[in-house]
Design a protein around this ligand. Structure first.
Ligand code: NAD
Length: 360
């Protein structure tokens, strides 16, 4: 059937030795960038995404067009659908799974808590069940989050720091994901690498994130809320540019050791890794606004608000020495440079010249 042909073609690497990667959440912000980069260097990529309506579905459809032009086919479906996953694994021999599908965002968890459990726990377990039973098992690399550090006051965060005080349900499901991943590694010999991303931004980004909706609201002359801590300091984030994150993801896939189990049977000790992927230079959100004002040539109408207790932490700051050592990870884009690229994309995407912008 045509569907199967598209799946096989998309997943076929250009040459022997190339990876065959299932990318979940491929229509998402990070998923789109990772999929295009893998395909460009010759790997086979099959996307999977349920195109949920958490944010602007048109943006996801536009990313899908970009992917199709790059030769990446996206299967429309949910990671909770065991029958679909098994079918994909029957049709394609995946050497790697890049798992990026999730219910993201910390504040939405107040409105729809179950969607986090559904995708980030239920869906992840479902995916790992299929990976564990595949023969041979694929290497799994997945997106955890800097939010696992929660109310930890010690910065910079390093992988050995405590992660027992999640500040949101989102964080709790990512932390649970890390425990679940460890269990599948231990019981079934799955090779699993978790990547704790720190506030990722860039072209084709997520409309629910501050840099994105600040840009929109500043241009519209709308008031924007900038959070402050109780002692009057601006909240700060370790903003990390998308290309740096993509390099970290590819390095994690490339350096992962093969799984030692097969078909659900444990063979030997398999690799379990967790890395911070951040930028190591936290920037106050007030400074983020200042950069946007100068790029957009518009003065923002700022309103300083106290930090709400519904998920946001005060500061994030990554210690990346482990990723530097084991992955050769080295972020190279500072916030000014990255935001310049984001704003350029934003202006051309929303000016209606879709043809021009979607050529990547
Ligand atoms: P995104 O929301 O743009 O992408 C996630 C994609 O997964 C979406 O396209 C969505 O439709 C899809 N999806 C959600 N639930 C699904 C399900 N049950 N089945 C199939 N598809 C499903 O988010 P993103 O920013 O690209 O994030 C990618 C990953 O990185 C997520 O796991 C997220 O939690 C994690 N992360 C992101 C950031 C960041 O700053 N962007 C920071 C830390 C961690």
């Amino acid at each position: 059937p045509l569907w199967e042909k598209k799946v096989v073609k998309s997943a076929r690497p250009k040459s022997r030795g190339g990876l065959t990667v299932l990318v979940t959440g491929a229509a998402g912000f990070v998923g789109t960038h990772v999929s295009v980069s893998l395909k460009r260097r010759g790997d086979g990529v099959l996307g999977l995404d349920n195109f949920n309506h958490y944010y602007d579905i048109n943006l996801k459809r536009a990313r899908q067009k970009v992917l199709e032009r790059s030769g990446v086919f996206i299967v429309e479906g949910d990671i909770n659908d065991m029958t679909l996953l098994k079918k994909l694994f029957d049709v394609v021999f995946f050497t790697h799974v890049m798992h990026l599908a999730a219910q993201a965002g910390v504040r939405y968890a107040m409105q729809n808590p179950k969607s986090y459990v559904h995708s980030n726990i239920g869906g992840f377990v479902n995916l790992l069940e299929v990976c564990k039973s595949a023969n041979p098992q694929p290497v799994v690399v997945w997106a955890s989050s800097s939010s696992v550090y929660g109310l930890n006051s010690k910065v910079p965060f390093s992988e050995k720091d405590r992660t027992d005080q999640p500040a949101s349900l989102y964080a709790a499901t990512k932390k649970a994901g890390e425990e679940i991943a460890h269990t599948y590694n231990h019981i079934y010999g799955l090779s699993i690498t978790g990547l704790r991303f720190f506030t990722v931004y860039g072209p084709w980004g997520r409309p629910d994130m501050a840099y994105f909706f600040f840009t929109k609201d500043i241009l519209k002359g709308k008031e924007i809320g900038v959070f402050e801590t109780a002692d009057g300091r601006s909240v700060a984030r370790d903003f990390t540019y998308i290309d740096d994150i993509v390099n970290g993801c590819l390095a994690a896939l490339d350096t992962a050791k093969k799984s030692t189990g097969s078909g659900g049977k444990k063979r030997g000790p398999a690799q379990f890794r967790v890395f911070n992927l951040g930028n190591t230079s936290p920037v106050p959100v007030s400074r983020l606004v200042g950069i946007l004002e100068s790029l957009l040539q518009v003065k923002a109408k700022k309103k300083v608000l106290p930090l709400p207790r519904n998920g946001d932490v005060e500061f994030t700051h990554a210690n990346i020495s482990l990723a530097q050592k084991d992955l050769g990870y080295k972020p190279t884009t500072d916030l000014e440079t990255g935001l310049k690229k984001f704003v350029r994309w934003y202006l051309s995407y929303y000016s209606g010249s879709k043809k021009k912008t979607s050529s990547w």
